[in-house]
Design a protein around this ligand. Structure first.
Ligand code: SAM
Length: 217
């Protein structure tokens, strides 16, 4: 794919100054962030800010997350390349593309049809063939495709939805922002010997996870 040098340079700068400089070390994550053209996933009018150090609106009151947060959550999933990953909150599809670079299969669920169809179009244009998208309530997970070696939730809920814990494979990792509308922390859980081990990571600010096992609309 040919793209203007200006975007490639902006992406390299983003990786160096926002991501590597803040401690992301996983080389596979850094190279996926270098590769995926984030400006494709951003609305035309905001393209000049695609590689800036903050989230951006994507319509329906939702956002594409800050690049560093995408990298941080992705690194926490510890992907090696063979995994089946579940993403709740497709949004723009940018995080989906990063996951598709790093895992075997990505199953991703979004509740807004317009966002889902836009993400589908961009991911197809970019040639991703290992992504399966679905419209619906991601707090229920994707039982037919479970178990997942990694689960990422890109919206904040009051607690980790029980169905997602059930659908996490043995040895699997789940990362999700947990809290109320104003104060949230990224939480990572690992399932080992059928037990759930929980670790609190960074403070964050995400849009709401709305669904049966999230906030009510
Ligand atoms: N990963 C996205 C990206 O790279 O653009 C960021 C997504 S945005 C911060 C969170 C998304 O979660 C929104 O698009 C929102 O509609 C979606 N969402 C919220 N609750 C959901 C649910 N129960 N099921 C599926 N998607 C949900």
């Amino acid at each position: 794919m040919r793209e203007p040098d200006i975007y490639r340079r902006a992406r390299e700068r983003m990786v160096q100054t926002q991501i590597a400089a803040r401690g992301i070390r996983d080389e596979r994550v850094l190279s996926a962030m270098r590769k995926v053209p984030r400006h494709f996933f951003v609305e035309e009018a905001l393209r000049d800010q695609a590689y800036a150090d903050h989230p951006l609106p994507i319509g329906e009151g939702q956002t594409i997350s800050q690049p560093y947060i995408v990298a941080f959550m992705t690194e926490a999933l510890e992907l090696k390349g063979h995994e089946k990953v579940l993403e709740v909150g497709t949004g723009s599809g940018y995080q989906t593309a990063i996951l598709a670079e790093l895992a075997r299969w990505v199953y991703s669920i979004e509740r807004y049809p317009r966002l889902l169809e836009r993400a589908r179009k961009i991911l197809e244009e970019l040639g991703y063939t290992n992504v399966i998208l679905r419209l619906g309530d991601g707090t229920r997970g994707w039982p037919e495709a479970a178990p997942f070696e990694a689960i990422i939730v890109t919206a904040a809920g009051p607690k980790i939805p029980e169905p997602l814990l059930d659908q996490l494979a043995e040895g699997g990792r789940l990362v999700m922002p947990v809290g109320d509308e104003w104060s949230q922390y990224l939480v990572k859980v690992v399932k080992k010997g059928g037990q759930i081990y929980r670790q609190t990571l960074e403070p964050v600010r995400f849009v709401k996870l709305v669904g049966d096992y999230g906030f009510k609309d």
